[in-house]
Design a protein around this ligand. Structure first.
Ligand SMILES: Nc1ncnc2c1ncn2[C@@H]1O[C@H](COP(=O)(O)OP(=O)(O)OP(=O)(O)O)[C@@H](O)[C@H]1O
Ligand SMILES: [Mg+2]
Length: 291
């Protein structure tokens, strides 16, 4: 597709461990188009974060990580560019929002300084213009009275407001691709909804492609156009939200969906679970193997 912002093709990743090389991502392929929200779901340890960190190259580059395949961001294979080129892309073409907003913000700098830093790093603008763009960005993420926010420190904000600031830093340079790795897990349900709506709005307004990672299936169904289900380092199934949720093909996807507690019926005494035994999903084959 011509307007694909991200194309991940046959991505495998290995980590060197004391027990030898371990393949944690196995032949993963997916793409995200301009303005599209792509949900990546899967249980803890299935490889969602390693996939997202591979895209922005935030995994150790000390020789302990190895890759196969390609990750094209607007046609550039990020696995094959220099670190300085990658640094220029991070926060500019590709931005990331993490789970915990407090650890994503620097406690000793004001909100204004942290957003402005991103703009001054990637844009050829002076301080006055950067300040103006910062106010515009805070306004775009729905921050009330953005001018007053400039001089605030992270500890003076609520969790939801902090996450808005983290999103403001991420979108300050209008990235083509936003990676949101469990962006709402640390927030209460109401704030969660506001942040999800904000990501949806920004994606539509700026035509941003979004990789939205979560283990909350309902949330992903709500926000995404397409979804991929990850298990044990592999994508077991991907498609439109309707096809995955209404007509899952793979045993694992069916298992995951059956674990969602029913909203409009009485909750059964015993909730469904997905068995941990890999053999139950024999159609997957072994996913972790040495290099
Ligand atoms: N630096 C590393 N070295 C070795 N193994 C790693 C490293 N980082 C991640 N892993 C392993 O890769 C696998 C996938 O981890 P990942 O963090 O991607 O899971 P996840 O799907 O994001 O889970 P969660 O929902 O808990 O965030 C796990 O088995 C993890 O232990
Ligand atoms: Mg993770």
């Amino acid at each position: 597709m011509a307007n694909n912002v991200l194309e991940v093709k046959g991505l495998s990743s290995w980590f060197a461990t004391e027990n030898g090389d371990v393949k944690v991502i196995d032949d993963v392929s997916f793409s995200i188009a301009e303005g599209e929200i792509f949900g990546l779901v899967g249980e803890s340890g299935s490889g969602k974060s390693v996939t997202s960190r591979s895209i922005i190259r935030l995994l150790p580059e000390d020789g302990s990580t190895a890759y196969e395949g390609s990750i094209l961001v607007e046609g550039t294979d990020v696995l094959r560019i220099s670190e300085s080129r990658m640094r220029a892309m991070r926060g500019n073409e590709i931005a990331m929002v993490f789970q915990d907003p407090m650890s994503a913000l620097n406690p000793v700098y004001t909100i204004g300084d942290q957003i402005m830093e991103s703009i001054l790093t990637h844009r050829r603008v002076g301080k006055a213009q950067a300040r103006k763009l910062t106010i515009e960005t805070l306004d775009a993420v729905g921050y009330p009275s953005p001018e007053q926010a400039l001089s605030k420190y992270p500890h003076q904000l609520s969790g939801g407001m902090r996450q808005r600031v983290v999103i403001a830093i991420a979108v300050a340079c209008r990235p083509k691709l936003l990676i949101a790795d469990e962006p709402t897990t640390a927030l209460d349900v109401t704030t969660q909804k506001q942040i999800v709506d904000l990501i949806l709005d920004l994606s539509q307004r700026f035509g941003m492609a979004v990789l939205f990672i979560s283990h909350d299936l309902n949330l992903v169904a709500d926000i995404s156009n397409r979804v991929a289900v990850m298990y044990h380092g592999r994508i077991v199934e991907q498609g439109t939200v309707e096809s995955i949720f209404d007509h899952p093909q793979r045993a694992y996807t069916k298992g995951l969906i059956s674990c969602i507690p029913p909203l409009h019926r009485a909750v059964p005494e015993e909730l469904a679970t997905v068995p941990a035994n890999l053999d139950e999903f024999g159609d997957l084959g072994p996913a972790k193997e040495g290099r």
